[in-house]
Design a protein around this ligand. Structure first.
Ligand code: SF4
Ligand code: SF4
Length: 666
């Protein structure tokens, strides 16, 4: 059944194998090597296992004749995920479906790459198994990602456990040679990861972990009954979707410029322009028919949780946690003003790593920044979409909540599912192993599930003694001072208007994730990471009593070693901008590196607070201008954490600014 659902999702993406090219050719580099680096960089960024490029020999076309003038082919392989253990329910779900899941990923990547090349103004078509006009095996051999072994075509690294896709194009690139005899998994270079993304020893380490566990040892992190920051559950206001600042920008609350720019926010770079259709096509399938009969195998909450985690990791999630959905995590109203009644008890929360290597090469607010988000959103929507449909076919109500359409707020769920603690970045939960470098997707369901507990890895101490994200934010949207009580959360509250406005109207890049990029906890802590970072992370999680000594050292040396500056070796992408459908060289690009001399008093740029009482009405159709001056002045009405605790102890009333704006009466 899982294989069928994966096939169904592949079919959604196959709609985008072909399409119209941009009206004009983009000003791409003359260097064919540089073009190849860009395309292969994008494939590895999308988690393709191997990528190679070749010229297309006439005999590779299945019908004998090409339907177009494509002369180049990009071959992409995607390895199967790991098969769960024999006593894991997910084993029977996945057995026989591994190809379909890998095929879905190969279809996703190849349609995104074809869409990207078309956005550059060139012709491109994606071909996948059972859909396309090219001999996939032949191209894989010629492009050097597989080799012939008698009648079989195999990858020396993946055996026969992979799915293939090919993008054919008239976009000329440097080509690869077929594989030589030296390409073997037991080679020292492979084992040490020299010139490679993930070393053989790291792959070996991951393969030894249980399939329901992340590649990161989250089981070593201290578990606690409640999140480490105070949440006054009874007082947290539910908020309408209309209050989200991207929705506010669309409605004109942030002015004409932001309203104009938000409409092209997701398609500002040709890579995201080439993937937006794939994202949008999944939205109508977030809801669906639930089978009448519930599968009897799904009666044990612990087994269900274990199996669904294994399934999520098999499909490509990087971290998974489960919690009950608190009432305040549900949005209060849809965009049309219709109230939302909470409808599921449990949330499976999945994090998609945005990728260290690309972030290392970027400034955080240059032209790749928006792609980093969109890749995570698309991958999350795909994983949660397949899992939800699978559960519905098994008779359990389930729904994914994606960046494109969510009925729940993700931040409290990431906290309660034990995937991180609230950080100085404010409305961002930080994980001990991937730091702030992730996007989340949520699947809500009524299937009985064993839940995880929140975690405590000492982040409150770390962020209290580190200001790096606030110092490096280009628009001073993050606070330099203490946490406050905001809408009944203890939080370092960011200025969400300032942040959203910058991300939407950034003229020297797409979006922004600079706080994420420069955070000292944004590191690689797998076997491929530096020994210092691995030891530091282990001590941070397991030797908390050393924090008073370690944190100041970590903060100091992070700057001293220059972490947060760009690594040009990792800059695979092209700085391009899509303007009115045409791809051009941008007028400027953010070229920021860290600035340790910056004023960190925060006095000149106090943050604004948009409390529940000043949100737009849930059904407001016209613009409700955001009042930044008023938001800054609202600091005076906020409680400190201690004041809130004292008020609760004496039975004091909930502050008036926690009370949400009411809907406009008909
Ligand atoms: Fe500042 Fe950018 Fe982070 Fe927003 S995303 S808080 S603008 S660094
Ligand atoms: Fe916390 Fe420092 Fe990271 Fe900001 S940069 S989230 S203060 S650890």
């Amino acid at each position: 059944m899982l294989g069928k659902v994966a096939q169904q999702y592949s079919a959604y993406f196959k709609e985008f194998c072909e399409g119209d090219s941009g009206p004009e050719k983009a000003p791409v580099p003359d260097s064919l090597v540089r073009r190849s680096r860009d395309i292969k960089g994008a494939i590895y960024y999308f988690d393709g296992s191997h990528a190679g490029i070749c010229k297309i020999p006439p005999r590779a076309w299945l019908a004998g004749q090409p339907k177009n003038d494509h002369q180049f082919a990009v071959a992409i392989s995607v390895a199967y995920g790991r098969l769960p253990e024999a006593d894991n329910l997910a084993k029977q779900w996945l057995e026989g479906a591994e190809f379909d899941v890998a095929h879905l990923r190969a279809t996703e990547i190849s349609t995104c790459i074809a869409g990207y090349i078309r956005a550059l103004g060139f012709g491109a078509t994606a071909h996948v198994a059972g859909h396309g006009g090219i001999d996939l095996d032949r191209i894989a051999v010629l492009a050097g990602i597989a080799e012939r072994d008698g009648d079989q075509v195999r990858s020396p690294f993946l055996g026969e456990h992979y799915a293939l896709a090919v993008v054919t194009t008239d976009y000329a690139m440097a080509i690869d040679s077929p594989l030589g005899k030296s390409a073997r998994v037991n080679g020292l270079k492979y084992w040490l990861g020299i010139n490679g993304a993930v070393s053989g020893r790291e792959q070996n380490r991951q393969s030894k972990r249980s399939t329901h566990l992340s590649r990161y040892p989250m089981e070593q992190v201290k578990r606690v009954e409640r999140p480490t920051t105070l949440i006054i559950d009874d007082e947290v206001p539910r908020v309408p979707k209309r209050a989200n600042f991207f929705m506010r920008a669309r409605a004109g609350d942030l002015g004409e410029r932001a309203q104009r720019e938000v409409s092209r926010f997701a398609t500002k770079h040709p890579i995201t322009a080439g993937m937006i259709s794939q994202m949008q096509c999944l939205v109508p399938h977030q809801e669906g028919q639930v089978a009448d009969v519930k599968s009897p195998e799904l009666s044990d909450p612990a087994q269900n949780a274990r199996a669904l985690k294994s399934l999520a990791y098999h499909m490509g999630a990087d971290l998974v946690g489960i919690c009950e959905v608190p009432r305040y995590a549900w949005y209060s109203h849809h965009l049309d003003g219709e109230p939302i009644q909470p409808y599921h008890r449990y949330a499976i929360v999945m994090l998609i790593d945005q990728g260290y290597a690309t972030m290392e090469g970027a400034s955080g607010d240059d032209w790749i920044s928006g792609c980093q988000s969109m890749r995570g959103y698309l991958r999350g929507a795909e994983i949660a979409g397949v899992m939800s449909e699978f559960l519905r076919r098994k008779g359990c109500s389930a729904r994914p909540h994606t960046q494109a359409d969510s009925d729940v707020l993700h931040i409290p769920l990431v906290l309660w599912a034990g995937l991180g603690e609230l950080s100085r970045i404010g409305e961002l939960v930080l994980n001990p192993y991937v730091g702030p470098r992730f996007k989340s997707v949520v699947l809500t369901t009524d299937l009985p599930l064993e839940v995880d507990k929140p975690i405590d890895f000492g982040l409150q101490y770390f962020c209290s003694n580190c200001l790096k994200c606030a110092r490096e934010c280009p628009v001073n949207a993050l606070p330099f001072g203490d946490k406050v009580m905001f809408n009944a959360y203890e939080i370092w509250k960011p200025d969400v208007e300032r942040c959203a406005r910058y991300r939407i109207t950034n003229q020297k890049g797409s979006a922004c994730g600079r706080c994420m990029k420069t955070c000292p906890l944004n590191k690689v802590v797998s076997a491929d990471g530096s020994v210092v970072h691995r030891v530091g992370t282990w001590l941070g999680v397991n030797a908390r009593w050393l924090k008073p000594v370690l944190v100041p050292l970590a903060v100091f040396f992070d700057d001293w070693f220059g972490y947060g500056t760009r690594n040009s070796v990792k800059q695979w992408w092209l700085n391009l901008e899509v303007v009115d459908g045409v791809c051009v060289i941008p007028k400027a690009t953010n070229e920021r590196d860290i600035d340790i001399t910056r004023d960190t008093s925060g006095k000149k740029t106090p943050v604004g607070y948009y409390s529940a009482s000043v949100m737009p009405q849930p059904n407001a159709r016209g613009s409700v201008p955001a009042n930044h001056k008023g938001a800054v002045e609202r600091a005076a009405e906020l409680e400190t954490v201690e004041e809130a605790k004292q008020r609760i102890a004496r039975g004091g009333e909930r502050p008036a600014h926690y009370i949400p704006t009411l809907s406009i009466e008909d």
